[in-house]
Design a protein around this ligand. Structure first.
Ligand SMILES: O=C(O)CCC(=O)C(=O)O
Ligand SMILES: [Fe+2]
Length: 272
C-alpha cells in the first residue's frame, strides 16, 4: 500500500476521482509556506491559550483551536483556494448547498497518544447514510510538517466503502506524511485518526470540513464569527458559512435569501 499523492497541478476532476476511489488524497504543497506562516502568526495568541481536550476521543494532549474565520483572515485564502474548493464542491455536488462544517487547528503536543480510528460521518448520531451518499468531506492542511513520528494522521486506504462499525487496527493504517502547505482531503466515510506524537515538536493540522447544506454544522458558523466580522466577508465565504438559502431551507423573513441580511442586492428568493 502506498499513500496516494497528487501535485498542485492536479485538476479538480483528478482530485475528486482519487477521493472517490481511495477515500482520500494528498495534494503536495498546494499553497506556499508563506501562507502557512501568516496563519500561524495570526493564530499563535489563540494556540497559547487553548485548553487541552477533556475526552480521550479528542485527546488529552491535543488542543483544538476553532473559530478560524473570525481569528485568521489568512485562513479565508486557504478555504477559497480554487482547485481545493473546486474538488470539495465536485465531491458534494449532489447537494443543493455546500457548507463549512468545521474550522479548527488540531495541535498534538509531544506525548499525544494515537486517536481511535473513526469515520467523521459518525458525528451525525452514527446514522447509516447510504454508501454512495457523501455527507461530508474533510481536509487537514499541514500547518507544521507531518511526519509519522510527529503524529501524522493515519488513514485506512479504501475503508470508505467498509460501512459503519467496521473494525480496523493500526496495522491497517498508513501515516500521511506531508510538507507544510500540503493538504489531505478525505471522505467522511474513511476510517482515520490522529497519530501518536513521539517527537519533541507540536504537530498542527488545520482541519477544514465541508458538508451538504442540510445537516447541522459541527462548528456553529453563525455564532463562531461575530456579526461585525461576518459583514465584511465576501459572498463566497458567506455562502459557505451557511448564509446561502435555497428555495427549501435556510431562508429568513418572508422567504428571503439570508444573504440579503448583509446586502439587499441579494434578491429575495421569491419574486412578487
Ligand atoms: O488531527 C488529526 O490528525 C485527525 C483528527 C481527527 O480525525 C478528528 O478529530 O476527527
Ligand atoms: Fe476525524
Amino acid at each position: 500500500m502506498t499513500v496516494k499523492h497528487l501535485t498542485k497541478a492536479a485538476t479538480v476532476y483528478e482530485i475528486a476521482a482519487c477521493v472517490r476511489e481511495y477515500g482520500y488524497v494528498v495534494i503536495d504543497e498546494l499553497v506556499p509556506v508563506e501562507l502557512m506562516d501568516r496563519i500561524e502568526a495570526e493564530l499563535q495568541p489563540y494556540f497559547d491559550t487553548t485548553q487541552f481536550g477533556h475526552l480521550s476521543e479528542l485527546g488529552f494532549k491535543t488542543q483544538r483551536t476553532g473559530s478560524l474565520i473570525a481569528r485568521s483572515p489568512a485562513v479565508h485564502e486557504l478555504i477559497l483556494q480554487e482547485t481545493y474548493l473546486g474538488a470539495i464542491k465536485a465531491l458534494l455536488s449532489h447537494a443543493m448547498t455546500v457548507q463549512l462544517t468545521v474550522t479548527e487547528v488540531n495541535s498534538l503536543a509531544p506525548g499525544a497518544e494515537a486517536q481511535f480510528l473513526h469515520q467523521d460521518e459518525m458525528l451525525y448520531d452514527r446514522f447509516p447514510f447510504p454508501p454512495d451518499y457523501e455527507i461530508l468531506i474533510n481536509s487537514l492542511w499541514a500547518l507544521t510538517e507531518f511526519t509519522e513520528e510527529m503524529g501524522a494522521t493515519r488513514v485506512v486506504p479504501g475503508s470508505h466503502t467498509a460501512g459503519v462499525g467496521a473494525q480496523f487496527s493500526a496495522e491497517d493504517s498508513l501515516p500521511i506524511e506531508m510538507k507544510r502547505g500540503s493538504v489531505l482531503i478525505f471522505s467522511g466515510k474513511l476510517y482515520h485518526g490522529g497519530g501518536a506524537n513521539r517527537s519533541e515538536q507540536i504537530r498542527r493540522a488545520i482541519d477544514i470540513g465541508f458538508s451538504v447544506g442540510w445537516v447541522r454544522q459541527v462548528e456553529n458558523q453563525y455564532l463562531s464569527c461575530p456579526i461585525e466580522i461576518t459583514r465584511t466577508l465576501p459572498k463566497d465565504l458567506l455562502s459557505l458559512m451557511g448564509y446561502e438559502s435555497t428555495g427549501g431551507y435556510g431562508f429568513v423573513g418572508d422567504r428571503h435569501n439570508a444573504l440579503a441580511v448583509f446586502d439587499p442586492a441579494y434578491q429575495p428568493l421569491l419574486k412578487k
